[in-house]
Design a protein around this ligand. Structure first.
Ligand code: UDP
Ligand code: UDP
Length: 455
């Protein structure tokens, strides 16, 4: 049996799609190992890993024990998740003996894009084919692989990145660290990894031909960079866990009536912005389920909800909403019939989940790739993006404005229908018959046949 290993990096946004992919691969007569960097930065990652390996006993876990870092300062300017990627990167030489000890020898390794430049030389030396899993949108991939060719001089004085055959990407949509003058981990990470992508054996993206056709065509047509291996849309990756107990509160709400509000696993808003958001939710008059986060890293999030949003707001939200300050299984929320809209930061996993469940989105990008993903939301008709809101943490968005946009989303029947169409496309690509569970994702099936030939 051919042996495939997967190597995720840091954060739920990277780990979750890797676990979904591994779960799907179990249907393809392969031996599967997941190499998990240890320790994880967030508690959510360590919990989902335990749950995953007990649910999929046929998948093996091998830990990559991370080395302590003393010669890199974890400056308060850097995102702790980028810092953790740096820790993994600096421990990656340990992979050489780890990979060669795996038995039977690997037919291929699937590596997170953030580790491209550090892991490709290792797999190259061991003669192991290495596929890069890009865990964001294909549109973000177009920026990822072209940024290093245009950095500094060529972008200077221009207000957009021009990529042949594609709409220009305004610089204001770039992840903000890319535009800083000073060195930072994110900039190095995109520049170094983007350069090396051509040396991989293939690139996998959790997206659909039917929703990101133009980006995929440009990537595969040699239009952006010569020598790029083939970019395969393997999505949308379906959830890998059985549905668990939904929230009792949601069961009591009318169909399609609830706005779900969440900014993912690693984004904390300022207290002031949280209160404006709360004010907006109360004003809009719709029912809502709001997940509050006060710290980027969940292990540090130790304040009570009342302390974070204040007693007064706590009282007024109770009338129409439910507010929590802990991890909720987002798949269970988005699949619930009461949920009719999603106010989202537009992390790519959140968006693919909204597509999978056909929930329309109000985009409020906060950082990183999220403006580029928000552009995809608008383009495919999944939702609305109010560009004037800017990046989270930079501009203060007033409650009144939030209330207006929520009403615009929840009252828009056309968007509701379009979101359902996106869901139907996703389910069709996954080969899911109504009421059935058969998965025959063609692109992935073809890849597994290639891997079987390597071993
Ligand atoms: N997630 C969740 N519950 C939460 C917050 C996040 O289940 O309370 C999941 C979400 O479903 C998604 C992942 O965590 O699969 C977050 O990834 P995404 O790319 O959306 O954003 P990130 O957290 O990386 O910013
Ligand atoms: N809604 C929707 N799809 C539905 C049901 C409701 O988009 O299938 C939206 C609709 O815009 C409506 C709002 O949710 O204005 C509130 O719905 P409902 O009337 O069921 O709740 P209530 O007014 O009792 O809070």
């Amino acid at each position: 049996m051919s042996h495939i290993a997967l190597l995720p990096s840091s954060g739920m946004g990277h780990l979750t799609p890797f676990l979904r992919l591994a779960a799907l691969l179990t249907a393809h007569d392969l031996k599967i190992t997941i190499i998990t960097p240890y320790p994880t930065i967030s508690l959510a990652e360590s919990q989902i890993l335990s749950h995953f390996f007990s649910s999929f006993p046929q998948i093996r876990q091998v830990k990559l024990y991370l080395l302590p870092l003393d010669n890199v300062s974890s400056s308060s300017e850097e995102d702790p998740f980028y810092y953790h990627i740096e820790v993994i990167r600096r421990s990656s030489h340990l992979l050489s003996s780890l990979l060669s000890s795996l038995s039977p020898p690997l037919a291929a390794l699937i590596t997170d894009m953030s580790l491209t430049a550090s892991v490709l030389p290792i797999t190259g030396a061991l003669n192991i084919p290495n596929y890069i899993f890009f865990t964001s949108s294909a549109k973000m991939l177009t920026l990822f692989i072209s940024f290093h060719t245009k950095a500094n001089s060529k972008l200077y004085g221009m207000d957009a990145l021009h990529i042949p055959t594609l709409e220009p990407i305004p610089k204001s949509w770039f992840p903000p660290p890319l535009l800083q003058d000073t060195d930072n981990l994110f900039n190095t990470y995109i520049t170094e990894n983007g350069k090396e992508m051509t040396k991989s054996d293939g690139i996998l993206v959790n997206t659909l031909e039917s929703i990101e056709q133009e980006s995929l065509a440009a990537l595969n047509g040699g239009k952006i960079i010569l020598g790029l291996p083939s970019v395969t849309a393997i999505g949308l990756l379906p959830p890998c866990f059985e549905k668990c107990q939904p929230l009792a509160w949601l069961d009591n709400q009318p169909t399609g009536s609830v706005l779900y509000v969440s900014f993912g696993s690693r984004t904390a808003m300022s207290r002031e912005q949280l209160r404006e958001l709360g004010d907006g939710l109360v004003r809009c008059g719709y029912r809502f389920l709001w997940v509050v986060k006060d710290k980027k890293v969940d292990r540090e999030d130790d304040k009570d909800l009342e302390d974070v949003i204040g007693n007064e707001l706590m009282e007024s939200v109770k009338e129409r909403g439910l507010v929590v300050k802990h991890w909720l299984n987002q798949e269970n929320i988005l699949s619930h019939p009461a949920v009719g809209g999603f106010l989202s930061h537009c992390g790519w996993n959140s968006l693919t989940e909204a597509m999978w469940h056909g929930v329309r989105v109000l985009a409020w990008p906060q950082h990183g790739d999220q403006k580029i993903n928000s552009a995809v939301v608008e383009k495919i008709g999944l939702g609305i993006w109010e560009m004037s809101w800017g990046w989270g943490g930079k501009d203060m968005v007033k409650g009144q404005h939030i209330a207006e946009k929520v009403s615009e989303l929840m009252g828009n029947e056309l968007l509701r229908i379009k979101a359902v169409c996106v869901k139907e496309k996703a389910r069709a690509a996954a080969g899911m018959e109504p009421g059935g569970t058969s998965l025959k994702m063609k692109a992935l099936a073809e890849l597994t046949e290639t891997w079987k030939k390597y071993s």
